[in-house]
Design a protein. Structure first.
Length: 242
């Protein structure tokens, strides 16, 4: 009887040690995964409003939309929307410029990790033109309910509406990825698209698409006066970009 009790006790001890060892391994693995992930921090002053035409509004967080002002700073999470026959031009901290076309609504986001910034523009609906300055190790993306476009130092246009979304590249290249994981490398003169039924593809851009994209990327030349976070007046000169 004593031998039987001793064997049972040994089994319990071994089982307990095995369980503790498994938990220790799992914890170590989790900690290693967490430590390998960069610590991303939202960035203030992601972009600045450098031009507004007619009905342009902006908001921060859950605050209501208010008329946007030229020289207004936009922090990560701030939104901009335009009305009929209206548009706005935004300049990001890396020198990239986007033009928010009429009847559009976007949100700008910026996160910094390991000294590098990732810029994202969420477009709920509408159209924007872009002229992106590529920086090594940094990303600039556009997202919509149907796709994600990663831009690699180029200019073109990105559209999103109830019918789907599309990316047209005028010069340079980008990557267009649908929500179901299909990826397309888009080069100069090409358009990638996905419709609301999930059908997607890439083709040569039409002349109307190229003309529209070229028009939507034009900015400048003009100067913008604004105040930085320390209250100092600054002036940005925006050259003409086509």
């Amino acid at each position: 009887m004593k031998l039987s009790n001793t064997l049972s006790m040994n089994r319990i001890i071994l089982s307990t040690l095995a369980l503790l060892f498994s938990v220790s391994l799992a914890t170590a693995s989790t900690n290693k995964t967490k430590s390998s992930e960069p610590n991303r921090t939202p960035v203030a002053d992601v972009a600045i409003v450098i031009k507004t035409v007619k009905d342009v509004q902006a908001k921060s967080g859950n605050m209501p939309f208010k008329p946007a002002q030229r020289g207004q700073n936009l922090n990560s999470g701030d939104a901009v929307k335009t009305g009929d026959k209206s548009f706005s031009i935004l300049r990001f901290v890396d020198g990239s410029v986007i033009r928010v076309q009429e009847n559009s609504e976007i949100k700008v986001r910026g996160e910094k990790a390991d000294g590098k910034m990732e810029k994202t523009v969420d477009i709920n609906f509408g159209k924007l033109g872009f002229n992106i300055k590529q920086k090594p190790g940094e990303q600039f993306r556009f997202t919509s309910p149907t796709s994600v476009a990663s831009i690699k130092g180029t200019n073109g246009a990105y559209n999103s509406d109830s019918e789907g979304s599309s990316l047209t590249i005028v010069e340079g290249k980008g990557e267009f990825e649908t929500k179901d994981g299909k990826k397309y490398e888009v080069n100069s003169g090409e358009t990638a698209f996905v419709d609301n039924k999930g059908q997607s593809g890439k083709r040569k851009a039409t002349q109307n698409e190229l003309n529209s994209a070229t028009t939507s990327t034009k900015t400048g030349p003009f100067k913008v006066r604004f105040f930085d976070a320390d209250g100092n007046e600054r002036i940005i000169e925006i050259p003409e970009q086509n």
